[in-house]
Design a protein around this ligand. Sequence first.
Ligand code: NAP
Ligand code: G4F
Length: 321
Amino acid sequence: MKTALITGITGQDGSYMAEFLLNKGYQVYGLSRRTSTVTTERISHIIDKIKIVEGDLVDQHSLTHIIKDVKPQEVYNLAAQSFVPSSFSQPVLTGEITALGVIRMLEAVRIGYPKAKFYQASSSEMFGKAQEVPQSEKTPFYPRSPYGVAKLYGHWITVNYRESYNLFAVSGICFNHESPRRGTEFVTRKISQAVARIKLGKQKKLVLGNIDAKRDWGYALDYMEAMWLMLQQKKAQDFVIGTGETHSVKEFAKLAFEVVGINNWEDYIEVNRTHFRPAEVDLLIADNTKAKKILKWQPKTSFRKLIDIMVKSDLEREAKV
Ligand code: NAP
Ligand code: G4F
């Protein structure tokens, strides 16, 4: 039986990755930090099938011990301070977790179990003020937030450990991927939740920031396979993972309202500058040619289907509370 360690197991991706690996027959360990309230909501249905180990990306000692004890064949480093606006209000903490957390994990692997294959959750936010359209593995980076800069450190240190110590360490440069398990502060889930609440008469307005921003949005479940495939290759290398389509926040909102039969969607939207960022990423769109060719991966869920899944899930959830 293969053993995998997932950091960030309580997050959106960590929870789906745990399900994905359990289905493949893995023994799954999940790293989780101590909190005063329960954070296992997304994994409550599988909690008996996985082993939770306590550690924190800011604490080297815990990470090294966990890797030495568990000796995982595969490590999925999905933990991060992942919300871009919080990286402007807490830039140093974001650097500690999202940047230095990666080298702590790599050091733990190098010292504790160098045979482990390591996956780093890199981000399309590293492209930021995009130097090329669409963005591929060869596009120069130009991050536009403390989060993007921190992810860039994580990305390059992963490359560096692969080249310096011959670790099997790779990065998936993932574009935005969403689901009913997405945190409600991210724009897609903020919209799907608000649409459900407006339909049910529980909310009057949806207050957004820059609705002209464009993203390459995919369905999170589809991305787990790509991450796993990257660790099954003979050669360690990095891949861009995205759909190859881009849509604006406005388009996402329009289609979300359509799911519940509201066509005068603009009447419910208010734009407020408090949600604008000090520096914005205007347009992201993936060139996923390499992933299609080498990993034989491609997204299965369309943009419309993703919105349909998210809005219907929130309708069901909101009808209960
Ligand atoms: P998420 O839902 O925000 O989950 C983040 C996870 O990291 C949570 O489990 C959180 O634990 C954990 N974490 C935060 N700080 C930690 C620390 N100091 N020590 C240990 N764990 C810590 O993020 P996601 O959407 O699943 O994304 C997964 C990864 O992919 C992240 O690295 C993100 O930056 C990256 N990424 C995401 C996307 C996307 O569109 N989703 C795209 C590109 C890259 P708590 O529950 O305790 O807070
Ligand atoms: O949903 P967002 O907050 O996601 P963002 O900033 O693109 O970051 C996500 O994707 C990255 C991959 O590219 C990940 F690395 C990162 O961890 C995270 O998962 O915002 C998307 C866009 C932005 O342009 C933002 O300005 O939506 C715009 N937006 C407009 N109104 C809003 C809002 N974003 C949020 N969160 N809330 C709003 O009210």
